[in-house]
Design a protein around this ligand. Structure first.
Ligand code: IMP
Length: 188
């Protein structure tokens, strides 16, 4: 991955060029708002955040620190993407080690695209009979949704273009970037 040394307005991975789309300050400010909303909604409910790895690790770390709640964190690992396209298949790689019966559950995801990953997750979690189930996603691509997903906490609605950075990767690269970059279309 090549990064321009002085101005980090563009990132190049292989032959693909990404342009800066959401800066770290805007991300931080929005997460602070989400954290405040969640703190109000879940006061005295001792929720459990279920973080979907790998992509949501950075968002989750900032989100839970933006809340003022007593809570628990659990992690699951799912994958559905290869290169910049959804494979359409969702694999569960690491399952849930704890019972969630009567717990208030908040699923934390980096991005909801087709919604298939989240649907699989939600269907599995419902079997565990939680008291409530909600979704916190940093990004949502409304134009790409193929299944109905109701996300209570959405950081940003974005257009149908591949994004990287702040936890989001392209084949394992770029997760560590503090800002979010969008794939430059051939026309821009
Ligand atoms: P979905 O099942 O199509 O909603 O895709 C969800 C998963 O695909 C996310 O958890 C991401 O890991 C990955 N994904 C979807 N869109 C993007 C993107 O624009 N950049 C990076 N990863 C993405």
């Amino acid at each position: 991955m090549k990064k321009r040394p002085a101005v980090d307005l563009q990132v190049t991975i292989g032959s693909r060029v990404f342009v800066k789309y959401l800066g770290r300050d805007a991300i931080r400010a929005r997460i602070r708002e989400l954290g405040r909303d969640i703190s109000v909604d879940y006061r005295d409910k001792y929720p459990v955040f279920i973080v979907i790895l790998n992509g949501a690790f950075m968002f989750a770390a900032d989100l839970v620190r933006a809340t003022s709640l007593e809570c628990e964190l659990q992690f699951v690992k799912l994958a559905s993407y290869e290169d910049i396209h959804s494979t359409g298949k969702v694999k569960k790689i690491i399952g849930l080690p704890v019972p969630l019966t009567d717990r208030h559950v908040i699923v934390v995801e980096d991005i909801v695209d087709t919604g298939r990953t989240m649907l699989t997750m939600i269907e599995d979690l419902k079997q565990m009979k939680p008291a409530s189930l909600s979704i916190a996603t940093l990004l949502l691509k409304p134009d790409c949704l193929q299944v109905p997903i109701d996300s209570s906490y959405v950081g940003f609605e974005i257009p149908d273009a591949f994004v990287i950075g702040y936890g989001l990767d392209l084949d394992g690269k770029a997760r560590n970037l503090p800002d979010i970059y969008q794939l430059k279309s051939d026309h821009s």
